[in-house]
Design a protein around this ligand. Structure first.
Ligand code: C2E
Ligand code: MG
Ligand code: MG
Ligand code: MG
Length: 282
């Protein structure tokens, strides 16, 4: 981190490190212009209902097509955008663009239950903007079916802001906006918040799903999370499903939803439209 570099700690400022710092500063600057230059786009990864094999909706995942560096991963630029504040306009753009897309899909495909959309929110977005006003504005412009927007928050973000989050979650609930806990099992260790807050879905982190069947302990963790959420009346989505074997196990555990390369990688909007039109996955 750039902060540590100027400190009292004795560090060798080697060329590789200088390159990293330069790149990072360059990305910070480039991020500021990337929205107006229309370098961002959104891919949509299908989420499948395991019982029916039908697509129930998508997770929106942002992509940055950098003019010189090519595709930059969100794991790389989202943290920078959070630190510099660029996440605020970017987050608004993601909500606006993906909800417009959901609205278009719901017009085109009148399936029952209607298609849903998951959007990732960063902590900054939750507490440093007038998120609710923004959402109201977007939902007025794109009147999607109530209950079909799901916001993904990590447990760490939730717990670091436990005091202020309560009001916000109530405001979501009043608008029938659902709340998902993303990467469940990797963050905060206390589970008491599951009773305290209105949570609709847990997304089991893909690190647990990845080694199901290979590693008995991880299979047991997945089983425990599914049972826990069923007891609390919360839905479960398994992330990162890559094999049929994982799918069969999740099916046996009565996990509701699954997402992963086994079904589909994240897709551009028109490919995602084709995916909906292609019908049940089995
Ligand atoms: P996430 O929300 O947990 O998203 C799931 C990540 O797992 C995505 O990576 C997705 O492409 C990847 N994935 C899905 N299925 C599989 C699979 O079967 N195997 C493997 N190995 N990976 C799979 P992606 O798109 O690179 O996003 C990484 C992270 O960046 C996301 O993790 C999320 O935390 C963040 N992110 C992405 N888009 C947004 C956004 O619009 N807003 C915010 N705030 N964060 C975002
Ligand atoms: Mg997510
Ligand atoms: Mg996740
Ligand atoms: Mg993640």
């Amino acid at each position: 981190r750039a902060k540590g570099l100027g400190g009292a700690r004795h560090q060798v400022f080697d060329p590789a490190m200088r390159d990293r710092v330069t790149t990072r500063l360059q990305l910070e600057t480039d991020l500021r212009w990337a929205i107006v230059r229309q370098e961002f786009f959104i891919q949509y990864q299908p989420i499948v209902a395991l019982e029916s094999g039908r697509i129930c909706g998508f997770e929106a995942l942002v992509r940055w097509q950098h003019p010189r560096r090519g595709l930059v991963s969100p794991d790389r630029f989202i943290p920078i955008a959070e630190e510099t504040g660029s996440i605020l306009p970017l987050g608004r753009w993601i909500l606006d663009t993906s909800i417009a897309q959901l609205h278009a899909w719901q017009q085109q495909f009148s399936q029952d239950p209607p298609l849903t959309l998951n959007v990732n929110l960063s902590g900054k977005q939750l507490f440093e903007t007038d998120l609710i006003l923004e959402l109201d504005r977007i939902l007025a412009r794109y009147p999607i079916v109530p209950g079909t927007l799901k916001l993904e928050i990590t447990e760490t973000v939730l717990m670091e802001n436990a005091a202020s989050v309560e009001t916000l979650l109530e405001q979501f609930r009043a608008r029938q906006i659902q709340v998902c806990i993303d990467d469940f099992g990797t963050g905060y260790s206390s589970l008491s918040y599951l009773r305290r807050f209105p949570i609709d879905t847990l997304k089991i982190d893909r690190s647990f799903v990845a080694s199901m069947g290979i590693d008995r302990e991880n299979s047991e963790i997945v089983r425990a999370i599914v049972m826990l959420s069923h007891n609390l009346n919360i839905d479960v989505t398994a992330e990162g499903v890559e094999s049929e074997e994982q799918l069969v196990q999740l099916w046996a555990l009565q996990c509701e939803y699954a997402q992963g390369y086994f079904f589909s990688k994240p897709l551009d909007a028109d490919r995602a439209t084709e995916f909906i039109a292609s019908g049940p996955q089995w």
